[in-house]
Design a protein around this ligand. Sequence first.
Ligand code: V47
Length: 383
Amino acid sequence: MSQAIEQIAQSAGIGDIAAKVFEGTRLSKDDGVRLYKADVHAVGALANWVREKKHGDLTYFNVNQHINYTNVCNKLCRFCAFQRLPGQEGAYVMKPEEVAEKIEAQLHEPVTEVHMVAGIYPKLPYEYYLDILRAVKEKRPSIHIKAFTMIELMQIARRAKKPLAEVLPELVEAGLGSCPGGGAEVFSDRVRDLGYDKKNTGQEWIDTARTVHEAGLRSNCTMLHGHIETIEERVDHHDRLRTLQDETGGFQTYIPLSFHPANTEWSHLPGPTAMDELREIAVSRLLLDNIDHIKAYWIMLSIPVAQMALSFGSDDVDGTVVEEKIYHEAGATTPQEVKRGELVQWIRDAGRIPVERDTLYNVIWSADEALAKVGAAAPVASV
Ligand code: V47
């Protein structure tokens, strides 16, 4: 297998990079830049080799629900269609009881995770954040709460008037289980100045993630690609994530986020094509040698592109989601929810083995185990 890939890589001019990948040598930033320029199928084949070496055909998903507790935000990011100013039409802040109602509405489903992120609304007091965590746990004590991006955590600490290291144990006490990867955008100061100058800097995002990991929490990481960033800035972003991961080991999954332009201040930009998305996934699989999982977030990619991504380096597709606002405000045409059986079926259709995981990648249900038990393909309806 690796001989065939070696040949493909040779003819694409990346034979030396393939040799490094096969022997487990870390790729340099220059290698990263070349991967962005080389034939996408060759890069994808190499990334798929790494994916299969790490995970075989296993493809992870979970049964989760997303809650965006407020869309009020003072960061005014040009790429965002979700944010509203206080009092603007469509602006909302969920009361803790409303967050609890969202959880209650899914009690009949086998949800194991709630993913909770939102805008930065400075009027929300510290207690509000503790209260929404408690409200979730009261309704569904077994649920894992993956909440608050590094940007939200910086705001929460500001409101608590305490260092984040002191705030995190209190959030954990109230129910926080881990943190999602959003808010990183592109770490470059140049891009930040042009697109989201009111947001915290890339260095602050990295420092906050370090504090989170030092507190014993796992988190994810992301990069928002396909707008005004350069290839070099993308590679630098990966390099900074990889360096922090060497230090803490706290990242579970990397999620490349494709820019959706509709209804944003950057609506004149075209956004990435499917091939750009697949390349992004492949390059990240090759550069981020110390992060276990690369997620193909189907809400953002579409189900067909997410299926293809499973052969370009991804081994995870996120989950059932239920209600999504950030991408749908920005023109996403995907459904807001898929059922567990549908996820399982389309992972199988992509030639992979579905594995239901919890947030921390403990296996809840694996198709392999189910098949071994029944000796035949389990009907999808029973999953
Ligand atoms: O931080 C906002 C991005 C992120 C747009 O950790 C946009 O498991 C594209 O981080 N086009 C939130 N992207 C989503 C996120 C996430 C999603 C799924 C799973 C996980 C995880 C994390 O969405 C924001 C921002 O970077 N974003 N607007 C847009 N118009």
